[in-house]
Design a protein around this ligand. Structure first.
Ligand SMILES: [Ca+2]
Ligand SMILES: [Ca+2]
Ligand SMILES: [Ca+2]
Length: 138
């Protein structure tokens, strides 16, 4: 009887240990405030700051926007424009908050494929070009 009980206690301890290991390993997948919003990362050429946070811009309790802040200002902004929980448009903003560059996943395959740029600073993205596949993640 005593042996059986000790065995069970050991099992429970093992299970707890395994659970702790698992949560440590898979934490990246479970962080609700981060991974609820998927999709491609910003293009490397945007040189976005490391720190980012997700926002719920339309108050439907689902994150739809990820921002990278530099000195407290939004430097890069990723938006889920079709509400499928995947970012499909990345914008790079200047100090005034004006969008100067934008990369879009137009066919929703998870890879950014179109690049648009405001070349003369008038607030309109005037130069649109396909984004080479090798610069787009997967
Ligand atoms: Ca939302
Ligand atoms: Ca989307
Ligand atoms: Ca695409």
């Amino acid at each position: 009887m005593t042996n059986g009980r000790r065995f069970r206690v050991a099992l429970v301890a093992l299970a707890a240990l395994a659970a702790a290991c698992n949560s440590g390993l898979y934490r990246g997948q479970d962080r609700a405030d981060d991974d609820a919003l998927l999709g491609p990362p910003p293009p490397e050429s945007f040189q976005c700051a490391e720190a980012s946070q997700t926002l719920d811009s339309n108050n439907d309790k689902a994150p739809d926007t990820r921002v990278h802040l530099l000195d407290g200002k939004v430097q890069c902004r990723g938006e889920d424009t079709d509400n499928d929980r995947r970012i499909d448009t990345w914008s790079r903003l200047d100090e005034k908050g004006q969008v100067v560059e934008q990369a879009t996943d137009t066919n929703r395959d998870g890879a950014l494929d179109r690049h648009a740029r405001d070349t003369n600073g008038d607030g309109t993205l005037d130069l649109v070009a396909p984004l080479p596949a090798h610069t787009a993640p997967r």
